[in-house]
Ligand binder design. Structure first.
Ligand SMILES: NC(=O)CC[C@H](N)C(=O)O
Length: 274
């Protein structure tokens, strides 16, 4: 893991919120620890009850899973709970220069909380993630085109195209009426898009698993420090996680680390100042 050694990572403290049906804490903690960060996993209920829960953390991660079940809408109950119990603290965290990463259910949650796209002060829900065009939970690897011009600190060192595992039932981004989409495009707040074999953004299934317009697979805020995405970087930490790793090895293209690890490393590096 030497190539991903980040100077100063030992001073980076990350908080991973767990519980209530979330289920990706082991991989997410392992990823952050692998790149040298100090990680605390904490049950959401404990964090909400503790007024100082975010103090001292530079990165807060909302992980994947099924928070409170998906019966109403993925992430809706969790987002409401956060809005009333931790909203101000999260805004302060971001305002003070902290990072927030939302992965899949975490992305759904921070969008519904109104932390993303973060175009105005305060919490304001401007977009949502709704059921996939082809209804049902879909589990497959996807290809992502990375916008290297995005301010997103997590994706800025990634290659132009990466592949990640994706597994969700509600990943189609929808907008409120108005010029919002253009603002997101113009300000490069769409760091990752589902892409076809040529690496071009696509709305076509199965390269785009949910029908998200423009292939939008993730969003960041204008600071680039708040980022959410539907695919799962924490599930591609090792080269052998990739479904075609043997073919990649034979072709000499097997990466040294899983590309998801690089994405999480981007956040840690941004905090460490590297
Ligand atoms: N993998 C996940 O985090 C799933 C998110 C959510 N439960 C969905 O199915 O859309």
């Amino acid at each position: 893991m030497n190539a991903l050694k980040i100077d100063g990572a030992a001073d980076v403290r990350a908080l991973v919120l767990t519980g209530y049906g979330l289920n990706c804490e082991a991989e997410t903690c392992a990823a952050l620890q692998t790149v040298g960060a100090r990680v605390t996993a904490r049950h959401v209920a404990d964090a909400i009850a503790d007024a100082d829960a975010l103090a001292g953390f530079q990165l807060v991660v909302f992980i994947g899973g099924f928070s409170f079940g998906d019966h109403i809408a993925s992430g809706r109950v969790f987002a409401n709970r956060l809005r009333f119990k931790m909203g101000e603290r999260l805004l302060r965290h971001v305002g003070d220069g902290g990072l927030v990463l939302g992965i899949c259910n975490g992305f759904q949650t921070i969008v519904k909380l109104g932390l993303l796209p973060g175009l105005e002060p305060g919490l304001a829900q401007r977009v949502s993630l709704v059921m996939n065009d082809r209804l049902g939970y879909w589990d497959a690897w996807v290809r992502l085109a990375v916008d290297r011009a995005s301010p997103c600190v997590f994706t800025r060192a990634l290659p132009p195209v990466i592949e990640l595992p994706s597994r969700h039932g509600e990943g189609k981004l929808v907008f409120e009426e108005g010029p919002l989409r253009q603002v997101l495009e113009d300000r490069h707040l769409i760091p990752v898009r589902y892409a076809d074999e040529a690496g071009a953004a696509t709305e076509r299934w199965p390269d785009n698993p949910d029908g998200s317009p423009g292939g939008i697979a993730g969003l960041c805020d204008p600071s680039g420090r708040v980022f959410g995405l539907m695919p799962h970087p924490e599930a591609y930490l090792y080269p052998e996680n990739h479904p075609r790793w043997i073919a990649q090895r034979e072709a000499g293209t097997l990466p040294e680390h899983g590309l998801g690890l690089h994405l999480l490393a981007g956040g840690v590096r941004a905090i460490a100042g590297g």
